[in-house]
Design a binder for this molecule. Sequence first.
Ligand SMILES: *[C@@H]1O[C@H](CO)[C@@H](O)[C@H](O)[C@H]1NC(C)=O
Length: 246
Amino acid sequence: MARAPATFLGSPVLLLFLLAAVASGARLPVRPGAAGRAQPRGASAAAVFALGNFWRSEAAFGCLPGVLRTSVGYAGGSKASPEYRNLADHAECVKVEYDPRLIQYKQLLDVFWASHDPREVFGQGPDVGNQYRSIIFTNGTLEARLAALTKEREQAKDRTSVITTEIHPVGAFYPAEPEHQKFELKRKPFLVQLIGNLPEEELMSSTLAAKLNAFAAELCPPKTQKRISAKIDEIAKKGWPILRDI
Ligand SMILES: *[C@@H]1O[C@H](CO)[C@@H](O)[C@H](O)[C@H]1NC(C)=O
């Protein structure tokens, strides 16, 4: 009888080798189609926001139930092919793909407002520049109305300073270079290995990677952070270091 892959992978020798490899920071071979496969493309909608540094913006949305995929890119400007070192009049953005049956645009707006300081002018914290401005990109009149309403609500909280957030109809979104996608996750190579060293395209389309990217930045709710930590510890103890779901 042929040996099942599970038995082979469960061999103590291989296990020790893998753990040693992970511990030493060596890169395990890429396992295409392994953990973190993208959700089937069913009902999905997309929203684009600019709220400062896009590494953090992506992490701010990645842990929300109903968010299917996140990616970072450039939008809001006129340059045809923006790049990280030459994005001209574009802003750093996050594109959030979500299942509208599980999370509503209005809830994404709430996360948008809560995840940055829209009263800051020309940047967010240490990130200074026009590329860090605050923008809501809307698709259709309903989204435009919700964006305007929530902006007014934020403004009403304090009239001594101005909410700088711009609201624009959604236009071209230019995906950023691969090294900027899931940046917070990539800062923790152990986590990248844990989900099987997915190739860049899979990392971009993986719901699990979006979640772990948020976890890596500690932007999941505290209870979720704890739950994921516990699960990771458990998997690390058991050996075969592949996380399939959280
Ligand atoms: C805007 O929404 C419609 C459906 O509501 C969708 O088909 C279209 O792709 C969206 N446009 C963008 C740029 O997201």
